[in-house]
Design a protein around this ligand. Structure first.
Ligand code: ZN
Ligand code: ZN
Length: 437
């Protein structure tokens, strides 16, 4: 079954599906009446609603995805949209990021635009399981949250080094290695101060820079998973990714114009996530762009929606997913009507927390219900205690300003805390002004 939900109807569909589930449980024959009804039937069958509704027993709502509540089958791929928007920050849509989870336990992050990290954290996945990040290019709306993801690892229970893949540059100083070297230099105090206050083992990184002009070359080959890159046309040194595993193919454009490399190598993807912009006239209205800006940004630096449709008609994915536009009631219909000029296949217009479950038999689209009040996922192995004073020496100037009466309150609490927990933790900062007394 190929899913063709139209985004603005998704919420309505969720409500409708619940009602339909009740209706269908009373009349099996109804399911044959139309294509849309049989799609509902397939969903209802999977959810296996009880014949009698208990007032006390759980019946999970399978029309939405509650992260952390469903097993991933050994042959299944799950893709979650963590960011589908633009460089213009907005609550509804973070900038580009997609999480790919495989039935073999591997997880991959593709792009980490601004705002995507909080979406990732709302899924409740331990950061130790999220150690592989692939950046298609180094624009802020595709890479801006990576430093936050990396440097706050220790406060989020990460004890595993991060592995980063990104493209080389037209100039060496524009490539991923140089980018990361300078990111790290600019965050030197962050790294020294935070890394010393917590178990710092997660603050290690492996940077893999690959040739951005390489065509369909393997950059990752482990555990039955192959990831290849093809060049993208987006101010140079940009790439698109192709992930293949277990006979399933995931294609992600990052940013690009439709190009011959995509046409040749992204064919027959099970899920093809490709950028598509809102039409230039609407960009002028929504962004107050000048006509020349709207044409350049919307069709030369990025993919015009009907051109997205054309490349999907040519490459024929099982499911085409358009992203990288503000997906609202008015923009969605404008983008879809452009796409439908050139493409009549299965299509989703992505928004944040859209989730795709992909097997050889079926592609299923749902919306995830994220945990807005998330805390870091539990540690995956024993933490080492940090030795903050040994690693990071506070200046005498700061220590001289510790207010003694409130420090005494803190110290008294720590004495009680040590009794309760059987520990012998010294108040390394609030204790210092009194050390010699
Ligand atoms: Zn870009
Ligand atoms: Zn972009």
């Amino acid at each position: 079954m190929k899913n063709q939900n139209y985004v603005p109807f998704i919420y309505g569909f969720i409500v409708c599906a619940t009602l339909c589930a009740i209706v269908l449980s009373f009349g099996a024959g109804m399911a044959e009446t139309s294509a849309s009804t049989s799609a509902v039937e397939a969903r209802v069958n999977r959810a296996q609603p009880p014949t009698e509704w208990s007032r006390t027993k759980a019946f999970p709502n399978h029309e939405v995805y509650y992260p952390g509540t469903e097993d991933l089958a050994p042959d299944e791929m799950r893709v979650t949209a963590l960011g589908t928007g633009m460089p213009m920050p907005r609550l509804k849509q973070a900038a580009a990021s997609f999480l790919v989870e495989l039935g073999n336990g591997d997880k991959f992050i593709f792009d980490m635009g601004e705002g995507s990290y909080e979406r990732l954290m709302s899924l409740g996945i331990p950061l130790d399981h999220l150690d592989k990040v692939f950046l298609g290019h180094l624009h802020l709306d595709h890479a801006g949250d990576f430093p936050a993801f990396y440097f706050t690892g220790p406060v989020n229970n990460r004890l595993t080094p991060v592995r980063l893949w990104g493209p080389s540059g037209v100039k060496p100083e524009w490539g991923t290695k140089s980018w990361w070297k300078h990111q790290r230099l600019s965050w030197a105090w962050e790294e020294a101060s935070r890394g010393s206050a917590l178990d710092p083992r997660g603050l290690q990184i492996e940077v893999n820079e690959f040739d951005w002009t390489a065509v369909n070359e393997v950059i990752y080959d482990e555990n039955g998973v192959q990831i290849r890159t093809i060049p993208a046309i987006h101010a140079d040194q940009s790439v698109s990714f192709l992930l293949e595993w277990n006979g399933l193919k995931f294609a992600f454009s990052s940013d690009t114009l439709p190009n011959t490399w995509w046409r040749e190598h992204a064919t027959d993807a099970d899920i093809a996530i490709h950028e598509a912009f809102i039409p230039p006239d609407l960009m002028m209205e929504k962004f107050q762009f000048a006509p020349s800006e709207a044409i350049f940004v919307g069709t030369q630096g990025h993919t015009y929606a009907a051109a997205f449709g054309k490349i999907m008609s040519i490459t024929k994915p099982r499911l085409a997913v358009a992203y990288h536009f503000q997906n609202d009631f008015d923009t969605a219909s404008a983008v879809e009507s452009e796409i439908r000029k050139t493409y009549d296949g299965p299509l989703d217009l992505a928004t944040d927390f859209m989730v795709w479950n992909i097997t050889k038999d079926e592609i299923r689209t749902r919306m995830a219900i994220p945990n807005e009040e998330s805390f870091p996922a539990p540690v995956q192995r024993k933490k080492n205690p940090p030795d903050s004073l040994a690693a990071y020496q506070w200046t005498e100037f700061s220590l001289s300003g510790v207010e003694p009466d409130s420090a005494a309150v803190t110290n008294a609490m720590i004495i009680e805390f040590n009794k309760r927990h059987g520990t012998d933790i010294k108040p390394s900062i609030t204790g210092i002004p009194f050390r010699d007394k």
